[in-house]
Each structure stands twice: as C-alpha cells, then as structure tokens.
Design a protein. Structure first.
Length: 88
C-alpha cells in the first residue's frame, strides 16, 4: 500500500487566514455530497495542485478549493452545505 498523499485540514490554516479573520480549521462543515458533518480539520487536504483542495473524509467529494495568485485569492466553497463558526 502506498502512503496517503494528503494532509489533514489543519494544513489549510495559513491560506485560509488570508480570507477569514478566524481559524477556519475549527469550524464545523457539512459535505454537500454525503451530508457528513465534521470539523474542517478532519478533511483531507491535497496540496499537489495549483492551490489547495479539501476533500470530505467520508466520501472524498471536493469541499473547498483555494488558489492564490499574485493579485487575488480564489475561494470555492460549493462542496459545503455550510461552514458553521461558533460565536465567541
């Protein structure tokens, strides 16, 4: 068996801190594909693309994509039903 080629969702903290004022890795997410609800940090993060791709640990559907260019950051959240952030 080969080793996994992904990291956990915590590895996205740096890239997502450019977009969000809080730590998104502790937010609760719901996969639009299978309905799994989990902490974002439990997602599988692939970094071998031109950006970051987070996939559901339950069904492997794409949850989130982040691509940074010199001028902009593109954030695609269409794989999430929601991203729940606690009020603190």
């Amino acid at each position: 068996m080969s080793e996994p080629t992904y990291l956990d969702g915590n590895a996205a903290a740096g890239a997502l801190s450019q977009v969000f004022a809080m730590d998104v890795t502790s937010a609760i997410t719901r996969c639009d594909g299978c309905g799994q609800t989990a902490v974002f940090a439990e997602s599988r993060l692939y970094v071998d693309a031109p950006g970051l791709v987070a996939r559901c640990s339950g069904c492997d559907a794409v949850l989130l994509r982040v691509v940074s260019t010199p001028n902009d950051t593109y954030l695609d959240l269409r794989g999430l039903t929601y991203l729940r952030v606690p009020n603190s």
